[in-house]
Design a protein around this ligand. Structure first.
Ligand SMILES: Cc1cc2nc3c(=O)[nH]c(=O)nc-3n(C[C@H](O)[C@H](O)[C@H](O)COP(=O)(O)O)c2cc1C
Length: 160
């Protein structure tokens, strides 16, 4: 297959996922973006992966800092998801005006998320226009029992 076909896009749109904000920080610069390519890789040791477009402003920050956070968004956080995916905000610090904290690894974590991880990059694999960052989980916390935000067919949905 050369290039993304409509069929490929349709298949990926059919697969419902949760929605996360991935954050990283380097040299005083905080970056964040919306990510749904988040999955568990290994339980022992706890390891996850995220796939990040090479064009993203987050990409060099994760590469240079070697750390990232994952905040799993709650069902009432779709506006936050849109904000962290907004290309007009590429060069701005998206965390401005967003309630957040800095975790043990120095990475930003979104307040109001239902769960959060902090990870140290263990490995990375370039594939096409994305990089797969494999992260060793250094901190993991469930922060609320709200329902998660769901992304399906290019729109937001709710569990149930
Ligand atoms: C629900 C949703 C999920 C997304 N998942 C990913 C993803 O897994 N990887 C990725 O590189 N971009 C993903 N994006 C797109 C990025 O959030 C978007 O391109 C963002 O602007 C990139 O950050 P930047 O503007 O700082 O480069 C997703 C967008 C949305 C709305």
């Amino acid at each position: 297959m050369d290039g993304p076909t409509d069929a490929f896009r349709d298949v990926m749109r059919s697969f419902p996922t949760g929605v996360t904000v991935v954050g990283s920080a380097h040299g005083g610069e905080k970056r964040g973006m919306t990510v749904n390519s988040f999955t568990s890789v290994s339980l022992n040791p706890p390891t996850v992966l995220i796939c990040i477009t090479k064009e993203s402003g987050c990409h060099p920050v994760i590469e240079n800092s070697g750390v990232f956070s994952v905040s799993v968004l709650a069902e009432n956080q779709s506006e936050l998801s849109s904000k962290f995916a907004d290309h007009d905000e590429v060069d701005v610090h998206r965390f401005v005006g967003v309630d957040h904290r800095v975790g043990v690894l120095g990475v930003p974590l979104v307040d109001g998320a239902i769960a959060e991880l902090e990870c140290a990059v263990e490995d990375s694999l370039g594939s096409g226009d994305h990089t797969v960052f494999v992260g060793k989980v250094m901190s993991a916390k469930v922060t609320s029992d709200e329902f998660p935000l769901v992304f399906h067919r290019s729109g937001y949905a709710k569990v149930g």
